[in-house]
Write a new protein. Structure first.
Length: 264
């Protein structure tokens, strides 16, 4: 199969730019980049083959490739709470695997509206003050499954839900770091299981291979460096300053997904 060199270069350019934006979000907000990747793949893939389902699978694959760089950086900085991670990961893995498969049958409009609604709530939640710690951490074991499912359906690493949840137990920088670690493990397992268990993904990926492969490469080249730089900013800003920045970012993303849903 021959691939057009211009398409390969186009995919690489898209990946390089998206990697910078996604790395910034991963390091600062603890998300794996899906909020950047999903609209990038959905809007910029050369044709509509695969639609939203392929955009979400491509996003999850990109997160699996790049998210460990952000997670490892937060681990180095001491921002990962192992106790909370162990409570969440079983439900996250199962939920994300089923959720990713569900995108093959769910209407695109529903997914776009869900992304807009989710980011609207997260932007609101970042403006509220939370206690440094609360009790009943055992509840996290039950929340992993629904969070994982929504993450798989929406093509994200779960940071938009995990960080607001975890900051009810720990300070924001530890919530971000723990979320990054959870997302890295969750998406990698979900992509692997879907590739093994659903043959339909292989045909969709092959149809867009000339765009997806160089895009993933571009993400890998830039995203880790951007994530490393922005992860370190947590030690230079106050809790309140970080809340304002993240609230503004998620509000903007909510508007973008709302516009995409309106155009659908």
């Amino acid at each position: 199969m021959e691939w057009d060199i211009s398409l390969l270069l186009y995919g690489l350019a898209v990946g390089l730019c998206a990697g910078v934006l996604a790395g910034f979000m991963a390091g600062l907000a603890g998300v794996g980049g899906g909020l950047i990747y999903v609209p990038v793949f959905y809007l910029l893939m050369p044709d509509s083959t695969g639609g939203m389902a392929l955009a979400i699978f491509a996003s999850m694959t990109a997160i699996a490739i790049t998210s460990f760089f952000s997670a490892y950086r937060h681990w180095q900085l001491g921002h990962v709470n192992i106790v909370l991670f162990y409570r969440l990961w079983p439900g996250l893995l199962l939920g994300a695997s089923v959720g990713l498969w569900s995108t093959l049958i769910l209407p695109e409009l529903w997914i776009l509206l869900a992304l807009a609604a989710l980011n609207t709530w997260v932007a609101y939640d970042y403006g509220r003050e939370m206690p440094a710690a609360v009790q009943r951490k055992s509840l996290l074991s039950f929340l992993g499954l629904p969070i994982g499912y929504v993450s798989g359906v929406l093509g994200i690493a779960g940071g938009t839900m995990l960080v607001p949840l975890l900051r009810r137990f720990v300070v924001l920088k530890d919530a971000v770091g723990t979320s990054a670690m959870c997302g890295a493990v969750m998406v990698t397992v979900a992509v692997f299981l879907n590739m093994l268990g659903e043959s339909g993904w292989q045909g969709l990926l092959q149809a867009q291979g000339a765009f997806l492969l160089p895009t993933w490469l571009g993400l890998l080249l830039t995203m880790p460096f951007a994530a490393k730089a922005s992860a370190g900013w947590h030690d230079n800003f106050s809790e309140r300053q970080l809340q304002i920045v993240l609230k503004s970012i998620f509000a903007l993303i909510a508007i973008i997904f709302g516009v995409l849903a309106w155009m659908e």
